[in-house]
Design a protein around this ligand. Structure first.
Ligand code: GLN
Length: 486
């Protein structure tokens, strides 16, 4: 049963083939049997999950269930959950129990979904390998000596190891797509503003966006239907109407124009990964799509631009963690200054401190124009490259990452090497566009992902292309040598 998709599980629940309580128990058992190996969860929500499952079962028995009623979902530990610890992967929030739910969590709750637990992540979502978590690294289920990607690595590993049928993640510069690629699951980062950020602990507010990770594009569509929508409590959320993302999944791809950015297929892309991407593109071509070369001339500026803007925004967002209001507080502070400095010294890990320092520097008087303002100007140019390319094509495709998952420890002491991992994902956030990663083959027995990038609010088309691709391929259904549990 644990190999089923959300769509299949929902059908089983509605037919009463099994109950939500049975399903939830099965996943809780799998987590307790297998998660010592992967470390995908920070907090397991066993008791409350079973209570929620019983409520879902009552609703299903009355015949009033929706697509997600009774489905267990894992949430990245960045979403505030009322009464359930929300750590954001940080010692700073190790003791933080939010008094309210994030809007995303409220939506899942209203749909009758069950919260299995909170997944591991890089501290404050800063990272590409999940090695920056206060709760220890997550292991890639395909190869436990490799990273799962980050920062939503716990969510991706939980779905890959079948410790949850689907999960939520957030993506500021690739944190849904990159771990999805490394773990062989399907992940979608929606258009900026499509999903409410209320109650999602802020990293870089102009880039952060929540989205689903699941086995299939169809499941991502089912989750996005619940997640998307305007929130009057988030002024950056969009009023654009939410379509039914499952409605157009089967549409034929005849006539679809796919742009292939020249800059994505050059140096830096491993040959074996390039071969897997080429084969995937041929599959789309066989379904009637045409491949068109496009250019994104400012691509080489995305890493420096992102790594000024994201730390700048992080430095202001993280100033609230001061030991006064909530979260970690140092013992016996001598005075206010000591309280601030020791709390932050003890509460934050190295990468978070690095970002705060870089961001504070980039925003400081005298450097603001040279760094932050300049980065925002370049960001506009990067966005314009995409808007220009979309005059000729419907979607853009390429690799999600330069290669498959790397070894644990391989880049953890080299921040610049780590940042290079984000080369294909960052621009999508800088431009506010939707992007997906879809399993597209294996290199060295590890999954690689095909990235699909869409125009603003064109998630339905990305899901359609990904779904058609998954109807013709089986990369997303493979399970490798993962322990299956019971
Ligand atoms: N890897 C990028 C970073 O470290 C992106 C992280 C994210 O999307 N949250 O900032």
């Amino acid at each position: 049963m644990h190999t089923n998709t959300v769509a299949q599980l929902a059908l089983g629940l509605q037919r009463r083939d099994f109950s939500s309580t049975e399903l939830t128990e099965l996943y809780l058992d799998r987590i307790s049997a297998l998660d010592d190996t992967y470390n995908a969860y920070i907090t397991v929500n066993a008791e409350q999950a079973l209570a929620a499952a019983a409520i879902a079962d009552a609703r299903l028995a009355k015949g009033t269930g929706d697509a997600l009623t009774g489905i267990p979902i894992a949430h990245k530990d960045i979403f505030c959950t009322s009464g359930l610890r929300t750590s954001c992967g940080s010692r700073m929030l190790d003791n933080f129990v939010p008094p309210y739910d994030a809007t995303v969590i409220k939506h899942f709750d209203a749909a009758g979904a069950v919260i299995l637990g909170k997944t591991n992540m890089d501290e404050f979502a800063m990272g590409s390998s999940n090695e920056n978590s206060y709760y220890g690294a997550v292991k890639n289920p395909w190869d436990t000596s490799a990273v799962p990607g980050g920062s939503s690595g716990g969510s991706a590993a939980a779905v890959a190891a079948m410790l949850a049928p689907a999960a939520t993640g957030t993506d500021t510069g690739g944190s849904i797509r990159q771990p999805a690629a490394f773990c062989g699951v399907t992940g979608l980062k929606p258009t900026y503003g499509r999903v409410s950020r209320l109650g999602m602990i802020a990293f870089a507010s102009s880039l952060d966006q929540a989205g689903p990770l699941a086995r299939t594009a169809q499941d991502c569509a089912i989750l996005l239907n619940v997640m998307a929508g305007h929130d009057k409590l988030d002024s950056t959320s969009s009023e654009e109407p939410v379509p039914d993302y499952t409605a157009g999944l089967d549409k034929p791809l005849q006539g679809l124009r796919i742009g292939l950015p020249r800059e994505f297929f050059g140096d830096g892309l491993a040959a074996s990964t390039a071969a897997a991407i080429d084969a995937s593109l041929k599959e789309l071509e066989a379904q009637g799509a045409t491949l068109v070369e496009v250019s994104l001339p400012h691509s080489k500026l995305t890493i420096p631009t992102y790594y000024v803007i994201a730390p700048a925004e992080a430095s202001t967002n993280l100033s609230r963690f001061d030991g006064v209001r909530y979260g970690h507080r140092c013992d016996a502070p001598k005075d206010l200054h000591d309280l601030y400095t020791r709390t932050r010294e003890e509460g934050f890990g190295d990468e978070v401190k690095r970002r705060i320092l870089v961001g504070t520097y980039a925003l400081s008087a005298g450097y603001y124009d040279a760094y932050y303002k300049k980065a925002q100007q370049v960001r506009r140019l990067i966005q314009q490259d995409y808007l220009d390319a979309f005059k000729d094509v419907d979607i853009i495709a390429g690799p999600t990452t330069p290669g498959p998952a790397f070894a644990l420890g391989a880049k953890s002491n080299d921040p610049l090497a780590m940042y290079l991992e984000d080369v294909y994902t960052l621009a999508v956030n800088l431009a506010g566009l939707p992007g997906m990663s879809v399993p597209a083959g294996f290199v060295d027995n590890k999954p690689v992902g095909l990235q699909l990038i869409g125009q603003h609010f064109d998630e339905a088309r990305l899901l359609n292309v990904a779904h058609r691709f998954q109807q013709a391929t089986d990369w997303h259904t493979q399970q490798g040598a993962m322990p299956q549990g019971k």
